[in-house]
Design a binder for this molecule. Sequence first.
Ligand SMILES: Nc1ncnc2c1ncn2[C@@H]1O[C@H](COP(=O)(O)OP(=O)(O)OP(=O)(O)O)[C@@H](O)[C@H]1O
Ligand SMILES: [Mg+2]
Length: 373
Amino acid sequence: MRMLEMENQPATILVVEDNTVMVRLIEEILRLDRHFVRVANTTAEALDISLKCLPDLVICDLNLPDGDGLSLIKSIKNQHPSAFIPTMIVSARVEQDDIIRGMAVAQDYLNKPVDPNELRVRVGSMLRLKRMQTRIEDLNRDLERTVLAKTKELHEKNRELRSLAQSISQIQESEQRRVAGEIHDAFGTSLLTLKLLVQSHLQELDPGNATHERRTEIIDLIDTITAEARNLAHSLTPIALHRLGLVATIRDLVDGCGRANPGVQFTFTTDGSLDALPAQWNLHIYRITQECIGNALKHGNPGKIEILLKENEGHLTLTISDDGKGLEPASQDNGMGLLFMKERAIAMNGLLEIRRIANAGTEVCFESEIHKD
Ligand SMILES: Nc1ncnc2c1ncn2[C@@H]1O[C@H](COP(=O)(O)OP(=O)(O)OP(=O)(O)O)[C@@H](O)[C@H]1O
Ligand SMILES: [Mg+2]
């Protein structure tokens, strides 16, 4: 409701006064502005009415037959702790002390005899205060509702993002599995046939023949290509993950990288319970580790690469650091590895940070609460 419309709204006003002449006078003044007037002659009556009708304003005398006005105002406020009810004291006491004590509890203090115009103006101003307060409360409630709805929306979007990231990783993984299968089956079989062919030719030749030497070299080369194709197929689908588990498979990867890069010192440290991670996590963690090691070797020229994988009270941390040349922030968009790593982190609902280490090198840190979903 707009403020102007609200201004003209009649209000419910509780008048607490034991003097009947005074009551009649206040009632008449308030009715000029079409307000509903409820009257109480005692504090007990006033408490009862205020509980039942929750007035917009309380006008109260200080001296009442069964108590004093200040205690009554405090009791009314205690009855409705969440509601703002403006209160006005109307009293014949004109001492400064009385006014100060009154204003510490009520919003306004008016002296008797009451001037009708002054009372109307003051009541109007009290009611405006009350309406503004009500408006603020309404706006607050609206705001709370909006914040709640937006938070829910955000949770929903997060969930969608996570499931999208999961699908992307799954598609990527199944495509890699397909390529690995092709490499394994097509290359593996063709190379084996080629090797058998060359071997059968070899048997027909005299061992001292120079061509025999060349053909032996060809067989060695075929063996090397077969081994490389096999390694490639295995790196595309870490089948060992199911068989050996995450830690042993990463150890295999690290050992293999160590053998292929004798100038780099690899360290792999684990801590906590790592055998019961959600199924899909093993693959994500393995792939992030694999990409980070690959990146360090490819871009960093490091002397050492350290991998730390630890679980502590359901919290997983994976840190891969190298002491290479360090990641340039501007170069982060060069490839797809970091992007896929971030998607895997989202799929696990975790946080992935990639940073340059102060002196030299790069550190990738993934953290997440372990949740089974
Ligand atoms: N450990 C690192 N040390 C130095 N630079 C790094 C490191 N890791 C990543 N970078 C830089 O960040 C860039 C982006 O890495 P990202 O893995 O996304 O792509 P890429 O390795 O270049 O290609 P892709 O992973 O797609 O084969 C890299 O090109 C490189 O410049
Ligand atoms: Mg990369």
